[in-house]
Design a protein around this ligand. Sequence first.
Ligand SMILES: Nc1nc2c(ncn2[C@@H]2O[C@H](COP(=O)(O)OP(=O)(O)OP(=O)(O)O)[C@@H](O)[C@H]2O)c(=O)[nH]1
Length: 371
Amino acid sequence: MAGRAGARIPVVIVAGFLGAGKTTLLNHLLTNRAGVRIGVVVNDFGSIEIDAMTVAGQVDSMISLGNGCLCCAVDTSTMDELLDRLARPSAGIDVIVIEASGLAEPRDMIRLVLASENPRVEYGGLVEVVDAAEFESTRSRHPELGTRLSLADLIVVNKADRMPVEARPALLATVRASSPGTPVITTSHGRVDPELLFEPPDRPRPTERFGQLSFDQLTFEDGDAGRSGACEAGPDSGRREGGQHDDGCADTAHLHHAYETVSFTSDTPLHPRRLMAFLDDRPPGLYRMKGFVYFGVTGYRQKFGLHTVGAFLRFRRSRWSAGEDRTTRLVLIGSGIDAEAVRAALAACVEPRSAEVTEQDMLCVLKFVES
Ligand SMILES: Nc1nc2c(ncn2[C@@H]2O[C@H](COP(=O)(O)OP(=O)(O)OP(=O)(O)O)[C@@H](O)[C@H]2O)c(=O)[nH]1
């Protein structure tokens, strides 16, 4: 390994509920890595690998796993294969970061890494990203999020900019009470100091970075006795679009059992007003939406990244890569969403006569474009 002969490559897991800011944090690490070579495993819940597309291009080595949560769609031998690929000496990787899907169970992810037989890697800790603006309402729906925090080695309370300053102490107290003793940092846009997660290549790494959990602790802690280890399924198993969870995972406590995904693609541009009408009146149960939109309007033919998390909505304008298809690709994640109705509603946003759509029609979108 570069600069640290004989040292093992830490495998850091970045987890956090849907839309908390994991990809944003990962991109921040990738652009501020100060010479550290990062290998990445990206895990998308939907069948279109939006996160992988967002991260690609900045990373030294990436493996993308879509259509299901890594915690169940991958077994220990598949995880070993992934780690073998990223940790091979010729790749010269210093640290491996696994970005879990927003519905993956961190406990099972940690187990998978701890069970690895690859002598070149070691578990490097769990970073749990919390959405400051959505945490309380998400926790009221999913009280088990507190348990997730208790497994973390570092908690990043992200989106501080979306929370009134006076509300922060109460949130931080709740977070700290869920995981006594765990370092908590507050940030916006995932801007954490990379050295909190891994050492620069020329600095020796402390042997025990965090007070990490052992495999046995993970198996038997928190009333978990009786569970037989990581929930395993074949590597080709995944989620069925718009339907029940179907990855062979029998553990109904997993959050992803309660969620479905719907994917939508269109090579024909979308009408800005119609899409905004859809977004203003989102279907019941829809929590997260992400992807890219092509409006095809003169002056606005760029790629519009779209993110919704709860009530939050943002577009980000960027260039299409050379040769990239001008295609709208969206993934919608929610609980109890009517897949057919959602697809029909999005299909109704398609506008083949985009030449007739004007700049005026774009104004409703431009209000939500990140500057
Ligand atoms: N205002 C604000 N927006 C943020 C911040 N961090 C992330 N976002 C936005 O929140 C949205 C979701 O961020 P992502 O990084 O994609 O979240 P994620 O956790 O990777 O999402 P999933 O993989 O779908 O679970 C994007 O629009 C981000 O630009 C922040 O600190 N403040």
